[in-house]
Write a protein that binds this ligand. Structure first.
Ligand SMILES: *Cc1c(COP(=O)(O)O)cnc(C)c1O
Length: 394
């Protein structure tokens, strides 16, 4: 018999009843160190007092009014995102997939508005993940996700991630935009090089394409800068954000330059819930913390510390793990043993929560608020689990 919750996830048999900072407490009382953070979403950890207070305060005043009216909290968040990024304008929605759908619409409408309505194709990359809507299934490079879900939505093609020759060759009269994750998450934690991102900017400019970055996972401070592409000293035309932006509250956003958004006008796109006062209060509270002086430098520092210690773990246990990947606090351990074995052992024997990724990689996505003691606790768990797996194999 089917479960009352539709069986779309293979779930781990743990339920949490409470969280505090980077820790989660299960219904059986066990404490876990959470290096999954709701898949890069609980950017401030659990029950952060400032985020909790902001949500409670806003819920007690007004939660939702619809976008039929002005929403001061939305204007404030948009102003702040504009002031701290390449963007001139922002559309709010509720999830990553929606932010990417919106980004695609903005890009296509730009060309339509400029008298080139045939420019519709979005060039995506191998190993990409952009979400589960019908449209984003076509942008995502994973055939298994599309199987049985009907005709493939047209207007997306794929080239090898990191390969500029393939990218140039894929551009034709119908190309509208390039869509890339600066650091691929689900696809195996692959960080694009700064040179690659800069070259994509140059190619987009040369051929009149828009450059869209999917920073749903790698953005909002996780890289140690507010947006991951800032490390490359360049900017896209459009950026999709979600996951960490609401700190656990569902918020997505499409950030765009004035030029890229020039085709948009009232009536062309919308969302009932998008940008409602409650969601905006949550995201504004997250920004209060992430934009506070010194916070992002702290993320960068702690990420480098974690990376250095993980590299030492790899040197000690080469029969179990072979490489540290990623950028900032979006880190991957490329495994020699099945990554699921390491993930299970970490959870069951050491109380450390992690996330899987493609290419036999184990993802580490801690809250941005972790300190050195949490790094030490996690690294000890990983070191011990690797030693245990090596012993088992011997
Ligand atoms: C999670 C994710 C998405 C999809 O976000 P949802 O909120 O699940 O729709 C899109 N792109 C990237 C890079 C992601 O990590």
């Amino acid at each position: 018999m089917v479960t009352s919750v539709m069986p779309t996830y293979g779930r781990i048999d743990i339920a949490f009843e409470r969280g505090e900072g980077p820790y989660l407490f299960a219904t059986d009382g066990r404490r876990y160190l959470d290096f999954a953070a709701g898949i890069a979403t609980n950017s401030l950890g659990h029950a952060h007092p400032h985020l909790v207070a902001a949500i409670c305060e806003q819920a007690g005043r007004v939660m939702h009014v619809s976008n039929l009216y002005r929403i001061p909290e939305q204007e404030r968040l948009a102003d702040r995102l504009v002031a701290t990024s390449f963007a001139d304008t922002v559309f709010f929605c509720n999830s990553g997939a929606e932010a990417l759908e919106g980004s695609t619409k903005v890009a296509r409408r730009f060309h339509f508005h400029n008298g080139e309505p045939h420019r519709t194709r979005i060039i995506c990359c191998t190993h990409s993940f952009h979400g589960r809507t019908l449209g984003m299934l076509s942008a995502t490079d994973k055939e298994a996700y599309r199987e049985g879900f009907g005709p493939r939505v047209q207007g997306f093609s794929h080239v090898a991630f990191g390969n500029l020759n393939e990218m140039r060759a894929a551009i034709g009269d119908d190309a509208a935009a390039i869509l890339v994750e600066p650091v691929q998450g689900e696809g195996g934690v692959n960080a694009a090089s700064d040179d690659y991102l800069r070259a994509l900017r140059a190619i987009a400019d040369e051929f009149g394409l828009l450059l869209i970055f999917d920073e749903v996972q790698c953005g909002l401070g996780r890289s140690g800068k507010l947006w991951a592409h800032e490390w490359a000293g360049m900017a896209p035309d459009i950026l999709a954000s979600a996951k960490g932006l609401g700190g656990g509250f569902p918020v997505g956003a499409v950030l765009a330059s004035e030029k890229a958004a020039s085709g948009m006008k009232p009536g062309l796109h919308g969302s009932t819930f998008g940008g409602n006062p409650l969601a905006m209060a949550a995201a504004n509270a997250v920004l209060d913390i992430v934009l506070a002086p010194g916070f992002l430098d702290g993320v960068d520092r702690i990420a480098r510390l974690l990376r250095g210690k993980l590299e030492a773990v790899v040197r000690r246990h080469r029969s179990v793990v072979e490489e540290v990947r990623g950028s900032g606090l979006l880190m991957g351990l490329k495994c020699v043993v099945p990554s699921g074995d390491l993930q299970t052992r970490l959870r069951e024997q050491h109380g450390l929560l992690t996330v899987g990724a493609a290419e036999n990689v184990l993802r580490l996505l801690p809250p941005l608020t972790i300190d050195e003691s949490h790094v030490d606790e996690a690294v000890k768990a990983i070191d011990d689990a690797c030693a245990g797996l090596a012993r088992d194999a011997a």
